[in-house]
Design a protein around this ligand. Structure first.
Ligand SMILES: Cc1cc2nc3c(=O)[nH]c(=O)nc-3n(C[C@H](O)[C@H](O)[C@H](O)COP(=O)(O)O)c2cc1C
Length: 367
């Protein structure tokens, strides 16, 4: 098959699409990526440059942003819970809008995946991470002192759960105040909402644990609160059934997620963002349980195969596709995919922290 033919059959990916209240210029989404380059929990001018360079994506989903001090799990990540953070984000959203792009803030509460030394380093702690239950995740986490063992989290009380839901809603309001076009709630990858969905991190016996209905209650409550705060038509949710990240075990994922998605369906959200890696066979099931817009982060781990994701739009498997790692090295990824141009490989040793190197110094193709 010639390169020209391949490009021609993938045109739908480059057509504009309306997602909730968002008018996107194409169906290629930049997936959320933590890059740990914030200063004192505020986005820097360099971060505005980075996102501005990538504004030709149909939609940019930012790196995970903590909705509260306790929600911060990694060094040098930004927040959306203080006035100073809101002011600093305006430079980022302005840079993307000036380049004609659309950007939503990913709200990420890392739950039990955190460390007291990380919050201490930004003057908010030391705070013991919180989770559904006092169950320590196996493994280590990167901290200002390097890699350290994860600690046993504090079990959230009922009141703290309600306060956490309020923190998400307040951060969503702040996101709009900061100029974002919407919010993606992070319900994936082993962080707080995902922890509640699991059969291992969540050992609660109250209405937030036990049955599938109880374990999905927090995700539904947070999404409803965010939608209530800023409008469902600019609220999205990211999920990652069975991907095991953060020592998560989901014995009933094959039935829980379709049920979750059916419950979500009536809320009229802008989109659902599905990380497929945990079980690609579930994708068509989710697709048919969901009447709204689907963004698929397809299970194609080999970067060389990533352009093939565009075929999933053509064949109706999804409405939009997202790319993470390729957007690190290809700020003009959309143009390259459209023309079949060569794709640069990301240097993942520079993924987290550091300077502009491996961050804003990847050139766009000229001409
Ligand atoms: C450096 C890096 C940081 C990431 N940070 C986040 C994050 O903050 N939030 C999130 O939902 N996913 C995060 N992810 C996961 C990506 O969004 C994506 O699901 C994953 O990389 C697979 O997509 P890809 O094959 O296109 O890279 C991150 C991935 C990478 C490589």
């Amino acid at each position: 098959m010639s390169a020209e033919f391949v490009v021609e059959t993938r045109q739908r990916a480059f057509e504009p699409v309306t997602v909730g209240s968002l008018h996107l210029r194409n169906r290629v989404v930049m997936a959320p990526m933590t890059r740990s380059r914030a200063y004192d929990t505020r986005p820097t001018p360099e971060m505005a440059t980075y996102y501005g360079q990538r504004a030709s994506a149909g939609l940019i989903v930012t790196e995970g942003i903590q909705p509260s001090a306790i929600g911060q799990g990694y060094p040098a990540t930004p927040g959306l819970h203080t006035d100073e953070q809101v002011v600093a984000w305006r430079r980022v959203t302005a840079a993307v809008h000036a380049a004609g792009g659309t950007i939503v803030a990913q709200l990420m509460h890392t739950g039990r995946l955190g460390h007291p030394s990380t919050t201490e380093a930004v003057g908010h702690g030391p705070l013991t991470p919180v989770g559904p239950s006092a169950v320590r995740a196996k493994g280590t986490i990167f901290t200002p002192q390097g890699s350290q063992q994860l600690v046993e989290p504090l079990e959230l009380t009922e009141n703290e759960i309600e306060a956490t839901i309020g923190d998400f809603a307040a951060a969503a309001r702040n996101a709009i105040d900061a100029g974002f076009d919407g919010v993606e709630v992070h319900g994936a990858n082993g962080y707080l909402l995902h922890q509640f969905l699991t059969t291992n991190a969540n050992q609660r016996t109250d209405r937030w644990g036990g049955s599938p209905e109880n374990r999905m209650r927090l995700t539904l409550a947070v999404v409803a609160a965010v939608a209530g705060a800023i409008g469902a038509d600019r609220t999205g949710l990211r999920i990652s059934p069975n991907n095991g990240l953060g020592d998560t075990e989901e014995l009933d994922y094959a039935t829980l997620y379709p049920q979750l998605v059916r419950e979500l369906d009536s809320l009229g959200l802008a989109y659902l963002h599905l990380v497929e890696a945990g079980d690609p066979a579930l994708t068509p099931v989710i697709r048919s349980a969901w009447s709204g817009t689907l963004i698929l982060n397809a299970a194609t781990p080999d970067l060389a195969d990533h352009p093939g994701r565009l075929d999933l739009i053509e064949n109706g498997a999804t409405d939009l596709v997202s790319f993470a790692r390729l957007f690190i090295a290809n700020p003009d990824l959309v143009a390259r995919l459209k023309t079949g141009a060569e794709l640069a490989s990301p240097d993942l040793s520079k993924a987290y922290g550091g300077t502009h190197e491996g961050y804003t110094d990847y050139p766009a193709l000229v001409g």
